[in-house]
Write a protein that binds this ligand. Sequence first.
Ligand code: SF4
Ligand code: SF4
Length: 263
Amino acid sequence: MSSRCYNNKTCGGLQNVVDISSQRPLELDITYVCDMACLQCNRALGLIGSHEMMTIDQVSRVLHESASMQRPYLEIRVLGGEPTLHPHLSGIVDTLDWYRRQVGNCSVSLWTHGHGEQVKQEIGKLPAWIRIRVSAKQPKVVGEGFDAFLAAPLDYQESHAQDYWNGCGQIAPGRCGIGVSPYGVYSCPCAAAIDRIVGLDIGLTSLTDACDERFRKQCDQLCRYCGHFLVDRGVQVSTETVSDTWQVLRDRYRTHRPRLVRY
Ligand code: SF4
Ligand code: SF4
């Protein structure tokens, strides 16, 4: 753990990340394609849809990096977007199979909305060692079951001065994992999704570079856009909200989509 002293009195976010990193799952957002467009999707896919996706080589690379570590990641989650819509899912499954044989004692799950013929067919082709987690989201869902992800804390006076450095309770042990996107490794998958839109291009270029200090720097720059941060601090915001900053980001993305370096 870094020797820096952190003020962590307001949330259960990043604590001893280096020590616990192999206890957090590794979450691979293999594609940002999704046909649901839930408004408060915490990959922002309802507001700013995308066809960006990880290649098989990128998935293979991050899994090789994990396998090379003294304590490889023991839980791999395959997400998106809708992961079954990745055109090379079978190749990704082969890579995951290699990993679980290599590491042993490792769980692999795929998280899907479970809707539509194509999705159901792809689920039916998956091997039994992949645990299927069905969220059963409904098309164009606005409110129930979602936080107001599109409420950027920097648009709210009560949270503007808060310390983003610690992240939020979403990344506490037992909750979401370390995020991997086409653009690198992040403190959480929401941070990865925010960066694809904000365009800071601060994904780590190797899983082996992951450490407390680097994840905190990502949080410091990206959590200010994330509505989970407000929820974590008890700020009530309607789930129909698209705050000013997110409206600006949406408009800017339409004309000047950020170009990030691929992982
Ligand atoms: S189904 Fe999931 S990934 Fe797709 S838009 Fe809704 S919340 Fe996002
Ligand atoms: S990006 Fe959002 S979910 Fe991730 S640590 Fe920051 S506030 Fe929490």
